[in-house]
Design a protein around this ligand. Sequence first.
Ligand SMILES: *[C@@H]1O[C@H](CO)[C@@H](O)[C@H](O)[C@H]1NC(C)=O
Ligand SMILES: *[C@@H]1O[C@H](CO)[C@@H](O)[C@H](O)[C@H]1NC(C)=O
Ligand SMILES: *[C@@H]1O[C@H](CO)[C@@H](O)[C@H](O)[C@H]1NC(C)=O
Ligand SMILES: [Cu+2]
Length: 600
Amino acid sequence: MGLLSNMMGSLNSIFGVALTLVSSLTQQQTNGKSLWGTLQAPTFPLFLSSNPLIGGFPWGLLTADGSNPYTQAPITGVTRNYDFTVQRGMIAPDGYQKSVILINGQFPGPIIEANWGDTIVVTIHNQITGPEEGTSFHWHGLLQKATPYMDGVPSVQQCPIPPGSSFTYSFQADLYGSSWYHSHYSAQYAGGLLGPMIIHGPSNAKYDIDLGPVFLTDYYHQEYFDILKTATAPLQSGGNPAPLSDNNLINGKGNFDCSTVDPGDTTKCTNNAGVAKFQFTTGKTHRLRLINAGAEALQRFSIDGHTMTVIANDFVPVKPYKTTVVTLGIGQRTDVLVTANQGSSTSSFWMRSNISTICSLAKQPNALAAIYYDRADTSKTPTSTAWNVPDPGTCANDDLSITEPYYTITPNAPTTTTTMEINFFINSTGNFLWTLDGTSFRANYNNPLLLLANVGKLDFPDIWNVKNFGSNSTVRVIINNNSPAAHPMHLHGHNMQVLHEGPGQWDGTITRASNPQRRDVQQIRVGGHMVFQYDTDNPGVWPFHCHIAWHVSSGLYANMMERPLDIKNVLTIPTILSQTCTQWALYTANKVVNQIDSGL
Ligand SMILES: *[C@@H]1O[C@H](CO)[C@@H](O)[C@H](O)[C@H]1NC(C)=O
Ligand SMILES: *[C@@H]1O[C@H](CO)[C@@H](O)[C@H](O)[C@H]1NC(C)=O
Ligand SMILES: *[C@@H]1O[C@H](CO)[C@@H](O)[C@H](O)[C@H]1NC(C)=O
Ligand SMILES: [Cu+2]
């Protein structure tokens, strides 16, 4: 008997369901028209094959270590056009059927790809109905120098695009590397409005195959608006500002255990929806572009049996270093190189991304995807073993001392230093609100700040949380996190020079003062500090906020006003911006917009 059941057990594990990676749903059912996470997903560059670039690369003699990316971006004269229709749809990314918002029928959304210095033109058609919603798209990490009105944050640089209307964004690919775009209207991106952005530029490390984006996203079975309703409701009437994610996805895919859903929901849930699959070519080196595009979760990423070489953080190439685990806060990207030199050409391995359950709120934190070497059977489950990489539990990024920018910039002496505190309070009606420098931000969609500053109006209500740095040339900001959560802090319009991050108060030291880490999102731990600065080479109104969707929705946000005199005297804003405000004013004259959150 014992022997028989042992045999049956091992037969089960050889032939049983747990060992097959054949999805129970079609790709259309899980992800609509998206191919991300399938073996049919493209490698990159995509457009170079159909549009060969004669005489080398358009950035010419510019290099990753010899050229200042902030002053020497080329202008190629090439335009890359995209057309996005935004609509609701039903899909089941992890087997649980739900209503999401799709871009051209896809989740995650389509690629935007360009060379450094190209012009990217994207027309957004807002077809969100049942119910209708405004929208607005942000191109995460791009500087928008000379086009600060194309940054896509409603109430700051534009009015929302009303339902039934279109808006064309046009901007330069002014930095290069890996990023994403997403809706900046309320917490709408958590409902599906996001996609990858790849900008090719000079390289700082050699590799053979660019496998493109690897999206890491915590995932919720409730619709984003329903989560927000609970997150922003008064505490005494059941409000809860801290929702738990249901699952964790890689490139929009993952399995879910349907036995854990409410009995009433079982018909909506299918087990074994399928995980993302990636192809490795034996002996070759692959570039993976890791993107934390989630709503709340801090991710820890690893690949069984393989070390990774980190070559960039956000849009900043770094001196390559090896690691077994990469930590990514929301909005952050890390480019890694991985060589397929383990096992044999029939090997397969697990890719893992774990939500840190110390730092984030998750019911099912561990995401898996399968990596197959060229001759591996892609219907079989990898059997590889995870690295032993315990979560340090600091909720911080990988140490600043190891992430050294490839192009050296020594920070200037600041002309002004500001200290801001992150905290929260419960207002008199019982709503939980986050604060940045004592104020909980709330947007007015109808009056974008940049348009007001452009006509010389600089007197704003307190709840718009505007920090006017006037004509200062270098701004230093010290952030103290006196709140019970870690926060991924994101600055638009600049790469922050991250001078220091750590527990307690800043002691005045700068990590690698000659060349500190630069990036556009930096984690700040609980009870800790983060110090950054930037040179004001980009007149505009730049959002500075926590990238956790629920936190910015509850006010963890400030507007950094940069060189208002230049905004007034030098900047010409295209009429499409005021036209969109006219359209939004007409729309809201007839329809009440239910702005239950900060608006961003
Ligand atoms: C992810 O979680 C698994 C299961 O607990 C563990 O074996 C693995 O080491 C973790 N990986 C990372 C990167 O934290
Ligand atoms: C408390 O905050 C909520 C959410 O921002 C807001 O709707 C409500 O009006 C505030 N209450 C008061 C008394 O200001
Ligand atoms: C520099 O910024 C501070 C605010 O941090 C402001 O009070 C001061 O007026 C600014 N200086 C100039 C020259 O604009
Ligand atoms: Cu936060």
